[in-house]
Design a protein around this ligand. Sequence first.
Ligand SMILES: Cc1ncc(C[n+]2csc(CCOP(=O)(O)OP(=O)(O)O)c2C)c(N)n1
Ligand SMILES: [Mg+2]
Length: 342
Amino acid sequence: MPLDVWSLYGLMLRSRLFEEAIAQLWHAGLISGEMHLGTGEEATIAGVVAHLREGDAMALDHRGSAAMLMRGIDPVLILRELLGDAGGLCAGMGGHMHLFAKEYLAASSGIVGAEGPMAAGFALSAQYVRPGSVAVAFFGDGAMNQGMLMESMNLASVWKLPVLFVCKDDGWAITTQSDQVTAGDLNKRAQGLGIPAVEVDGRDVCAVWEAAGKAMESARSGYGPTFLHARCVHFEGHFLGFQLIKVVRAPLREMPRIAGPLTQSFLQPGGASLQERLAGLKAISAALLSTVRDPRRDPANDPLTRARLLLQAEPLHLQELEEQIEKEITSILAAAMVGLHS
Ligand SMILES: Cc1ncc(C[n+]2csc(CCOP(=O)(O)OP(=O)(O)O)c2C)c(N)n1
Ligand SMILES: [Mg+2]
């Protein structure tokens, strides 16, 4: 299958606009509970999902809506599910973290790491009843420290199960920085289990597509699993309304609130020496500055912008595609809201 950047961009843009519509509904109070989006992961998801065929399976994490949409599952059903409507994909009982589409062999779970056993199970059944099919597991870097994921990687390796383990590494698990809690190197961890590891820039849809294609071909041919380590970003932080991101987005407004109490305590008599206080202030201002320069805010980190740049040689075609997808998402939104809760 030749690389088609236009269709990959189409998948990514559809997903971005769909998730922006979800965010609007969430901010309007129409979706209850937390909302984890895959915004920033589009290139990784599109580059992998574009290779899936009938009979292939997907095991997804708490950010499953984007992959479900890209796989071709009815977006109106997904939206209604998120809205808790009885006409949703899972009768409104699952919500965004527990999406399930039997005919696409696609399931998501809010249990971090559960994608491993799910994908291994899908792949084991494929070995018996659908030879040549593969299962993909999408999970985060935090999930890599869950025992069940490691156990399923181990079994997938010894049983040569046709699985693509895709680690979408944003460097964070909620407010925990992964490098503070993760021993060693993730690629070497996979290699230690006998699984080939491929490192890829998860914001580069072409790179992901190439790497995922090779890995899936190898799995389909009976050579077993591959570990794809894809770096990505989450512009919204862990979930919508994430407090830390609010601080990053409004650094100047937040500065007096943060700096006020610090300055007051700095001027208190007694305690630390002047030298220690100065060193402390320097460390704090460096931390503030690095927060203000959060790489998540850098437009060069946006997978959508990066794919769009590739296509700008044909601006008219690009505009046409974008307008068409925008219209499509607006009509999906309208269709999902019709007769809601009636
Ligand atoms: C087994 C389990 N432990 C803890 C949680 C709470 N939890 C939800 S998301 C999350 C962080 C996951 O981080 P990562 O796997 O890197 O995914 P990311 O949110 O960064 O995409 C945690 C700890 C959970 N849902 N399931
Ligand atoms: Mg993470």
